[in-house]
Design a protein around this ligand. Structure first.
Ligand code: ZN
Length: 236
């Protein structure tokens, strides 16, 4: 399998996905990296352990108010014109208090972030993460929920919602069946259950992600961001 820095090239992504033969211009053009592109864009260590450490180190800087604002220059953007090598992918809540690049103190090209209310792993989200892992080479996906998640609160209420809000709420409800809502803080319990459930869904619903995990090229980690403190806690 042709790899660049442990990445799965586009051809192999298509093989993995069973799409060889219909491989034309999906995703808007060639995604195989030339040696020149690799040389131009700095390639970070991407194994899951290193990626997680890098995220948690950034969160620590955020907590200590010692952010370094790395990789946020126009020069950095220019280096990324031809290729991107996000070292981690984040499935986070769309909540305005949970911006991944800020709370992990990262910059341009570092994180591939998909955000949706309740960090629900819909097919659209899963497809995006298949792309960021199998094509762009992220070897870590963090499912990042947060304390006081309004989407989870709405799912607990179990009331009808207007418009398409129900799509979000219905995506969370199965997670609530997995938690005892009668003991402890039901909102915290439910947030934790939802994070774990969505992380499981990623693996269950995607043969591509499951395959990458099985060959040691991907780890999915659950984490909860405490909006009271700013700390990201890994869920075991
Ligand atoms: Zn939320």
């Amino acid at each position: 399998m042709a790899r660049i820095n442990g990445f799965v090239g586009r051809r192999d992504f298509l093989k993995l996905a069973g799409l060889v033969g219909i491989a034309s211009a999906s995703f808007g053009g060639s995604l195989l990296w030339s040696k020149q592109q690799v040389a131009v864009a700095d390639v970070y260590p991407v194994n899951p352990h290193q990626a997680l450490k890098r995220l948690l180190d950034g969160n620590q800087r955020f907590l200590l108010q010692q952010r370094q604002y790395p990789d946020q220059s126009l020069e950095r953007l220019r280096l990324l014109t031809k290729a991107q090598y996000p070292f981690a992918s984040i499935l986070g809540c769309a909540d305005s208090r949970v911006p991944a690049e800020i709370i992990f103190d990262q910059g341009l090209g570092n994180l591939f972030v998909v955000r949706v209310a309740g960090n629900v792993a819909s097919d659209m989200i899963i497809g995006s993460l298949e792309y960021s892992t199998a094509v762009l080479g992220s070897q870590l996906v963090v499912v990042l929920g947060h304390i006081s998640c309004g989407a989870v609160v709405e799912a607990i209420k179990n009331e009808p919602h207007p418009g398409k809000i129900n799509f979000v709420v219905e995506g969370i409800k199965p997670a609530l069946a997995q938690v005892n809502l009668s003991t402890g803080n039901i909102y915290v319990n439910a947030v934790t259950a939802n994070i774990k459930y969505q992380a499981e869904q990623l693996q269950k619903s995607s043969t591509i992600l499951a395959k990458l995990i099985s060959v040691g090229k991907l780890k999915i980690v659950s984490a909860c961001y405490d909006i009271n403190t700013g700390k990201v806690n890994i869920i075991k």
